[in-house]
Write a protein that binds this ligand. Structure first.
Ligand code: FE
Length: 215
């Protein structure tokens, strides 16, 4: 079967976040969707291994920030390719760039076109992920910048799909390349160079050369 059929599905990119134990947590997903309008209902799928999934289950609430086209790869990398176990993601943001919503969940005020405060009304185990059904209780348009599409994330920002994303497929490591290829074990970024410099830093997730493996 040709899995590229799945690449024809359109998505946006979203930061989904929740109040956590000691620190607020959040991650990037492409799986936020409105399912009905009256009453408003939304769903989001989150990988079970993400801190955010456990935090949402515990708190029963989450926030969604709709990333806009001004979002940098650094911002997307912070929320999409780093773990909240290692990084306090919201602490890394400026005070004016974030807020806390009506449910106590953190959200982005900068580089987000809109945001939703959501209360969980159902959780479905779908294997690798939990699918949360939720009622948005408050929503707000934050700016007029067009929302970032998953297609532009790949085509314009040259972004990658992390292993825990719903749409992740393992890369074809056998693809021909003139030089030796090194893969970041954190984010999947592939760098082609015969000898990887010791001070090399992954341009996507910010990890060092130690996390790269030859492919
Ligand atoms: Fe990386």
């Amino acid at each position: 079967m040709d899995f590229s059929a799945f690449d024809k599905i359109s998505y946006g990119l979203y930061v989904v976040s929740a109040p956590g134990e000691g620190r607020a947590v959040g991650c990037v997903v492409n799986t936020f969707a409105q399912v009905t309008a009256q009453p408003p209902r939304v769903t989001v799928a989150i990988h079970k291994d993400n801190c955010t999934a456990a935090a949402i289950q515990k708190a029963g609430v989450f926030a969604v920030s709709v990333l806009d086209e001004s979002a940098s790869m650094e911002l997307i990398g912070l929320f999409g390719f780093c773990s909240s176990l290692q990084v306090d993601k919201f602490a890394a943001l400026g005070a004016a760039d974030k807020g806390v919503d009506e449910n106590g969940a953190p959200y982005l005020r900068a580089h987000a076109a809109s945001r939703f405060a959501c209360k969980v009304i159902g959780c479905f185990d779908v294997g690798t992920h939990f699918l949360f059904l939720a009622e948005p209780t408050v929503w707000e348009t934050l700016n007029s910048v067009p929302p970032l599409t998953y297609a532009d994330y790949h085509a314009v920002k040259k972004g990658l799909t992390p292993p825990r994303a719903s749409s992740y497929r393992p890369a074809d490591a056998s693809a021909p390349g003139g030089k030796k290829r090194w893969r970041c074990k954190v984010c999947g970024y592939i760098y082609e160079v015969d000898a990887l410099p010791e001070d090399f830093v992954c341009p996507v997730c910010g990890q060092g050369a130690a996390v790269f493996e030859p492919v």
